[in-house]
Design a protein around this ligand. Sequence first.
Ligand SMILES: Cc1cc2nc3c(=O)[nH]c(=O)nc-3n(C[C@H](O)[C@H](O)[C@H](O)COP(=O)(O)O)c2cc1C
Length: 203
Amino acid sequence: MAAKILIAFYSRGGATEALARAIAEGAAAEGAEIRLRRARELASPEVMARAPGWAESAARMNALYEAPSETDAEWADAIIFGTPTRFGSVASELKAYIDGLGGLWFQGKLVGKAGSVFGATSTTHGGNESTLISLYNPLAHLGLVIVPLGYADPALFKAGTPYGASAVVNGRDIKEPSADEMEVARFQGRRVTRVAGALAALR
Ligand SMILES: Cc1cc2nc3c(=O)[nH]c(=O)nc-3n(C[C@H](O)[C@H](O)[C@H](O)COP(=O)(O)O)c2cc1C
């Protein structure tokens, strides 16, 4: 049976979205059934209008991806959360989705499924690792079995982090994740799909 993978992300400029799509590619290569979902804006229209391209980019992605729901989380064998770094931690838009999973948490519905994380910053040491590690906290509370990447693939020696795929994209001289960063994301999709399948067989 194909593992069911929910990739729930927030992205404002498209960097986290690009990683999400690469993770989906990797998961598909392992035969996964995939739902790609984008958390919706919490920032006001005034804030969204402040940076050129933000509102347009959000509208483009919202036309492509449904918002993640409780039903998606219950359906999934694995949930892979993606976020841009916000002051060294998770974006409130993704956190709001996670906080909405309290009902499933109360019923223990996510216990024993796989969980994994990925993210993007605009600077090399601007918080990719701290953001991904901070996302491990809610994963533990939800009872998800956290799937890190370690250095389990040669791609990790060129890019990414042991905690999850990452990218440094600033929208100026670096417009999108590099080929190496995308390779780590594809590996994450493959790895989480394999682990999710094994865990599903145990449940
Ligand atoms: C409010 C705010 C806070 C941010 N904080 C950080 C930060 O702490 N470190 C960093 O490197 N980039 C920071 N960024 C930049 C984003 O993390 C970065 O541009 C990321 O690549 C965007 O991903 P996206 O294209 O998927 O939206 C911040 C951006 C905003 C709007």
